[in-house]
Design a protein around this ligand. Structure first.
Ligand SMILES: Cc1ncc(COP(=O)(O)O)c(C=O)c1O
Length: 406
């Protein structure tokens, strides 16, 4: 099928699905193999030398993974993609391909805690320095740039601050300074936004979340949007994806398993249907919580008076995602409310078909100091909700009875 003319709803089901090339299988074939056999020493040598195309070893590439890579690249209008073992594996490979010992990165200060830690602790030990700035203030990226800045990193919606950067404004600064902009679009997915349309150069997803949609396997992806000139000496003059695959990705063993790719692809087929419901359910729950006398505040860009309503509306195709937070009196009340929920699961994940809740201050963000938590929008009286696709009234009833119980 020709991809260009189809709507995303159709691409999710059909892009890169080629039954005629796969023994008429209508679902993605799983090449559950570690290595690939060649008939002659000459042939395998050519593949190793890059003189002929082919798969060698699944840690580097695999036909099942390639189908998912091509499909995700189509969805983001990218040049190509690399799928990885998790979102963190994708972030690690993308950032370490661009930045080396002595280099510098500028990242939003409200990004997901695991990614924050990666920049703030793990890669500092590799000699890479990160300046954290407020992603809602594009000018701070410009002020933080140094001669050795090799990447900007932002999330489309901060998790769990639920702040929304102006991607185009940050991309403009990145372009002016010849620095690639990496955008983690996990929370929005290609259904809400294609960050490339706003000037992003590399798109990352933790496919463990909405793309998979069913919480059954970890995964991640790096997509090269094809709009950055890697020929610049500063970036090693090689295609970004080739460089990633042939070095950090291969050497860190960050590959996805073909079985996980299969589950991810099955989930991906229904992304648009699920996102519609995720988003409308989240809006309904946010409106309910906003009016509840025991709720101090609700953070959700879908609410008209939310600070990020306009940037979200402009960038996310009229949708607002399904991540929200709300505040009660204190930690004790949060614990009581969470423990009283009957339907929603208390766990450390987002983007599942099921509604998920967590108290970030005592879990995801325990390792951060007060200032860092403040930047991440995490207070002791805050609950994060990833609103699922259940029947909306059932979700609202569940939160209603839990709030009655506190
Ligand atoms: C926005 C965002 N990016 C990246 C990650 C990391 O993904 P993974 O858990 O697949 O490594 C997460 C996980 O929660 C996330 O929320």
């Amino acid at each position: 099928m020709k991809n260009k003319k189809y709507h995303i709803d159709t691409l999710l089901v059909h892009a890169e699905n080629k039954p005629e090339q796969n023994r008429r299988s209508t679902t993605m074939p799983i090449y559950q193999t570690t290595a690939f056999k060649y008939n002659s020493s000459e042939e395998i040598s050519e593949v190793f030398n890059g003189e002929a195309a082919g798969n060698i070893y699944t840690r580097i590439s695999n036909p099942t993974l390639e189908i998912l890579e091509k499909k995700l690249a189509v969805l983001e209008d990218g040049l190509g993609a690399i799928v990885a073992a998790s979102g963190m594996a994708a972030i690690t490979c993308a950032v370490l391909t661009l930045a080396k010992n002595g280099d510098h990165v500028v990242a939003g200060n409200s990004i997901f805690g695991g990614t924050y830690s990666f920049f703030d602790k793990t890669i500092r030990e590799f000699g890479i320095d990160t300046a954290f700035v407020d992603p809602a203030d594009a000018g701070q990226f410009e002020s933080a740039i140094k001669d050795n800045t090799k990447a900007f990193f932002i999330e489309t919606i901060g998790n769990p601050k639920i702040d929304v950067p102006d991607i185009a404004a940050i991309a403009k600064i990145a372009k002016k300074n010849n620095v690639p902009l990496i955008v983690d679009s996990t929370v929005t997915t290609p259904y809400l936004v294609r960050p490339k349309d706003f000037g992003a150069n590399i798109v990352i997803h933790s496919t463990s979340k909405f793309i998979n949609g069913h919480g059954n396997s970890l995964g991640g992806v790096i997509i090269d949007c094809g709009n950055f000139d890697w020929k610049d000496e500063k970036y090693g003059a090689l295609s970004f994806l080739i460089k990633t695959r042939k070095a950090v990705f291969r050497d860190f063993g960050a590959c996805l398993s073909p079985n996980a790719a299969f589950l991810t692809d099955i989930g991906l087929e229904t992304l648009s249907l699920r996102m519609e419901r995720h988003c409308s359910n989240a809006l309904a729950l946010a409106k309910f919580l906003e009016k509840h006398p025991k709720v101090k505040a609700v953070s959700f860009p879908g609410l008209a008076d939310n600070r990020f309503h306009n940037p979200a509306k402009k960038q996310f195709n009229g949708k607002f995602g399904s991540l929200l937070t709300f505040r009660l009196k204190d930690r004790r009340q949060c614990f009581k409310a969470i423990d009283s929920l009957r339907l929603a699961y208390n766990l450390a994940n987002i983007g599942d078909a099921k509604t998920l809740v967590i108290h970030p201050a005592s879990t995801l963000c325990v390792e951060f100091n007060d200032k860092e938590r403040e930047n991440m929008g995490v207070s002791d009286d805050l609950i994060r909700v990833s609103v699922g696709i259940e029947y909306p009234d059932d979700i609202i009833d569940d939160f209603s009875q839990a709030l009655e119980a506190i």
